[in-house]
Ligand binder design. Structure first.
Ligand code: NDP
Length: 322
């Protein structure tokens, strides 16, 4: 099959067993995409720096139109690494999963059942080993990853507090997502005091999404043998000069374990993750809030909106309904 879009013709390479032609249905707006636009980004994801005029690379959900791989056939639905365009040639040797469960919204495979969901699962359960009764703090708590970390913490029997950047997001955390407490970090003149108010006995687990001043204040409030899962530092991604963190010595006194991770190292856990999460979704025990923009032309604004908190939940881009 040849897809003709303007002057672009997409066709499968001859004798290719790795490449699929897909129609992109949903694309995922993810904070890491900003890092890929920065010089030297290949240290984050090797070979991925994108300053050229080529389409952005990112996660998405698509329908297979033509397949050179025996495991995929025309009509299959897939999620994984694709490009910001209507049709893409994707390689099955990159991150690519066949979608087997379609009783949930397809867009979920850009979020709760895709890369951000796996991020919350790995970063919370695998890195932090939560125990019942422990006190958990999550930053960027209403976003794609944070809203799940909070709900996972509740499933694990923890006390969980989230920070977010508006009253509406704080209401969402407390009234819909089951957080025990939440605060608007933009309205707190003293983050240390806000954390002391929410955690008079200190924090056992911090799920780090933002970095900067928040991390500094958290370090003052960690308990002995606390764990910090370093998932992301979005407050730093647009800075030419990253902020310094001054309270790191607390890691020594409090014997804190602080560990960074890349979700892509743990995709072998995807079947275990689905087995854990799908029943919770079907029973309504875990919910997911999405913010869906429509049309490729609205993609750049949706992506840029992440860095000022315009998204309300997981930011998705709908490219085509079928
Ligand atoms: P979100 O859906 O949470 O969107 C980003 C949110 O970050 C915004 O909505 C905004 O929320 C908040 N934010 C933006 N700028 C700032 C700032 N200067 N200070 C504080 N908060 C800010 O994104 P994701 O859930 O997809 O990603 C969350 C984090 O996880 C990111 O740091 C990302 O890079 C990281 N990540 C890491 C992965 C890994 O493998 N390690 C994989 C996936 C994500 P608000 O209105 O509350 O400020």
């Amino acid at each position: 099959m040849h897809i003709i879009e303007g002057t672009v013709i997409l066709k499968l390479p001859e004798a290719s067993s790795e490449v699929l032609l897909i129609k992109n249905l949903y694309l995922s707006c993810d904070p890491y995409m900003r890092i890929l636009m920065t010089q030297g980004a290949s240290s984050y994801i090797p070979g991925s720096a994108s300053h050229s005029m080529k389409p952005l690379t990112g996660y998405g959900v698509g329908r297979v139109l033509e397949s050179g791989h025996p495991d995929y056939k025309k009509g299959d639905l897939v999620w994984g690494i694709t490009k910001w365009e209507e049709y893409s040639l994707v390689s099955s040797d990159q991150t690519l999963f066949k979608i087997e469960h379609t009783d949930v919204p397809l867009s979920y495979y850009t979020g709760i059942l895709g890369m951000p969901g796996m991020t919350a699962y790995v970063g919370f359960f695998e890195l932090c080993s939560p125990k019942k009764g422990e006190k958990v703090f999550v930053s960027a708590a209403s976003g794609a990853v944070g809203q799940l970390v909070g709900q996972f913490a509740k499933l694990a029997g923890c006390y969980v507090v989230g920070s977010a950047g508006s009253k509406e997001k704080v209401d969402l955390l407390k009234n819909k997502l089951g957080f025990d407490e939440a605060f608007n970090y933009k309205e707190e003149s003293d983050l240390n005091a806000a954390l002391k108010r929410c955690f008079p006995e200190g924090i056992d687990i911090y799920f780090e999404n933002v970095g900067g001043k928040t991390l500094d204040a958290v370090l003052l409030n960690m308990r002995l043998h606390g764990r910090i899962s370093v998932c992301g530092m979005i407050s730093q991604y647009n800075l030419t000069q990253p902020e310094g963190v001054t309270n790191l010595a607390n890691m020594i006194f409090k014997r804190i374990r602080m560990q960074g991770f890349m979700v892509s190292d743990s995709y072998n856990l995807y079947p275990k993750f689905l087995e854990f999460l799908l029943p919770h979704i079907r029973e309504g025990k875990v919910v997911y809030v999405e913010d869906i923009a429509e049309g490729l032309e609205n993609g750049p604004a949706a992506l840029v909106g992440l860095y000022s908190g315009l998204n309300f939940g997981k930011q998705v881009l709908l490219v085509s309904r079928e």
